[in-house]
Design a protein around this ligand. Structure first.
Ligand code: FAD
Ligand code: NAD
Length: 477
């Protein structure tokens, strides 16, 4: 017999599990269907983010950064550690422990909020109806007044370099290597390519990234992207821009990648190849043909500004609807859709979605780049300040990079911020909050920042908008 809920959520990633919790908080009887299985074959909530994305990648970024620092940077502190050894098994065990504690944390949150977690593949049959197929046993159809689809995304495949789970892997495979590949190729120098390339380069791989575009990180402010390219190359990442991959062929001892660069046909052979050319919506088997659910021209579920699909009482949020494929963007949509369903006015401000790349140095941005603002007709002024002048950054042995603010010259409102440097993943939050409150550069310039902190660099960048940064020596000639 089919059960009746107020809301069924399909997918327990950061969009779906947050939507389910907010629905439960608002008094709605909620179930969440998810089909993720961990390596031991057990259901594991949290979606891509917790199981194979944000969290495992950050665990390995931290471990590999410590390994690199112990070898190359500790001596400057007077700390002489000889024969630093890497135990990759322990590194992977630590990563798995972090994932397990976070995914079981979601299960605990579901329990405490009275949300029913249902394991299986959900298929939308039409408004109000979802068929659930567990890995073993019989399928059943569940009913709900409202359905929220939060099925997320999966790695985009390339027919010229098909995943084989061994030599040619996606990001999930690349998080699970149990030995360090000698030569590692990566197709795509996007966020995953740079983060996972950094992990394995720090652990000893010779890393080559093949990127089809002519510029690195085209979505990032040009000045910051230039600095990033310089720093990554200094760290030994071999980044080939304008490289069009023709074919990857698995051989007995590696994988051969043929590509075209500057109209020349070339080839390289790697021990492992990661394909990281974006992600696509996870819509396979998600809805029956008869349901009539509409997708957009790129295959994402089409929704209006209130996350409604073309079907009555069927909503969708997170990666599966497109836009920035970021956990926090999906979570905010999850909160908004729950509030909309409960009759409130949920809303997401897409002008203030922060983005972070967790390399060393980190890269973070929000709002418009200088070029975008100019193209959109703003009269633009900017203020930049380097970490080289920050006492805290020097003490941290990380005095590289800068903070740059993009400001509307007519109103002094901050309309963008772009950063490369230590912990900018944390510093960007000040600007996100400022932009939510329509802060002017003057508001930030007149806000007291603790000394010595990295946030003083944000403060000085705000002062620099009017050419009055205090710790900047060669401003006037
Ligand atoms: P997902 O997290 O993909 O969750 C969807 C869930 O639905 C999954 O559990 C899936 O198994 C399940 N599902 C799908 N179809 C069905 C079905 N038919 N029935 C039942 N269940 C189904 N983002 C950040 O913001 N910060 C980061 O640092 C970051 N790092 C990343 C690192 C990597 C290596 C990767 C791959 C991604 C990273 N991301 C990061 C992106 C982030 O993981 C995604 O944007 C986010 O997980 C999307 O959330 P979601 O809830 O929409 O979908
Ligand atoms: P991406 O879009 O960031 O980068 C893909 C890169 O591959 C692009 O630079 C693109 O030009 C390149 N590319 C595409 N086709 C190619 C081809 N045929 N040959 C060579 N290069 C090609 O995608 P991703 O790195 O796969 O990451 C997927 C998503 O996951 C992103 O949207 C990102 O938002 C999310 N993610 C976020 C974080 C984070 O927030 N720190 C970390 C990892 C992933």
């Amino acid at each position: 017999m089919s059960k009746k809920y107020d809301v069924i959520v399909i997918g327990a990633g950061p969009a779906g599990y947050v939507a389910a919790i907010r629905c439960a908080q608002l008094g709605l009887k909620t179930a969440c269907i998810d089909n993720w299985l961990d390596e031991a074959g057990k259901p594991s909530l949290g979606g891509t983010c917790l199981n194979a994305g944000c969290m495992p990648s950050k665990a390995l970024l931290e471990s590999s950064e410590l390994f690199h620092r112990a070898q190359h940077e500790f001596a400057e502190h007077g700390l002489e550690i000889r024969n630093v050894k890497m135990n990759i098994g322990q590194m992977q065990k630590r990563k798995a422990g972090i994932v397990a504690s976070l995914t079981s944390g979601v299960a605990t949150l579901f329990k405490s909020n009275g949300i029913e977690a249902i394991h299986g593949k959900g298929c939308l049959e039409g408004p109000g109806k979802v068929k659930v197929t567990p890995p073993k046993g019989k399928a059943s159809t569940l009913q709900a007044d409202k359905i929220i689809i939060a099925a997320g995304s999966v790695p985009a495949e390339m027919s010229i370099a098909p995943f084989d789970g061994d030599r040619i892997v996606d990001s999930t495979g690349a998080l699970d290597f149990d030995t360090v590949p000698g030569k590692l190729g990566i197709i795509g120098a996007g966020i995953i390519g740079l983060e996972l390339g950094s992990v394995w380069a720090r652990l000893g791989s010779e890393v080559t990234l093949l990127e089809t575009q002519d510029a690195l990180l085209p979505m990032v402010d040009k000045q910051i992207a230039r600095e990033a390219g310089k720093q990554f190359r200094q760290q030994g990442l071999n980044i080939l821009l304008g490289a069009r991959v023709l074919k990857a062929t698995t051989q007995a001892k590696g994988v051969k990648v043929e590509y075209v660069e500057n109209e020349d046909k070339k080839s390289l052979t790697f021990d492992k190849l990661i394909v990281a050319v974006g992600r696509r919506p996870a819509t396979d088997g998600l809805f029956s043909k008869d349901s009539g659910l509409e997708l957009d021209d790129k295959g994402f579920i089409a929704v209006n500004e209130r996350y409604r699909t073309n079907l009555p009482d069927v909503y969708a949020v997170g990666d599966v609807i497109g836009g920035a494929m970021l956990a926090h963007k999906g979570s905010e949509e999850g909160v908004a859709v729950a509030e909309i369903i409960a009759g409130q006015s949920g809303h997401v401000n897409y002008d203030t979605v922060p983005s972070v790349i967790y390399t060393a140095p980190e890269i973070a941005w929000v709002g418009k780049t200088e070029d975008q603002a100019s193209r959109q007709g703003f009269s633009v002024k900017t203020g930049s300040f380097p970490f080289a002048a920050s006492g805290r950054a020097k003490a941290l042995q990380a005095a590289q990079g800068m903070v740059k603010l993009v400001v509307d010259a007519d109103t002094d409102e901050v309309i963008g911020a772009h950063m490369i440097g230590p912990y900018v993943s944390e510093l960007i939050a000040e600007i996100v909050l400022g932009m939510e409150f329509k802060a002017s550069a003057e508001d930030i310039a007149r806000t007291m920042h603790a000394h010595p902190t990295l946030s003083e660099v944000v403060h000085e960048a705000a002062l620099a908008v009017d050419n009055r940064a205090i710790h900047f020596a060669n401003r006037r000639k």
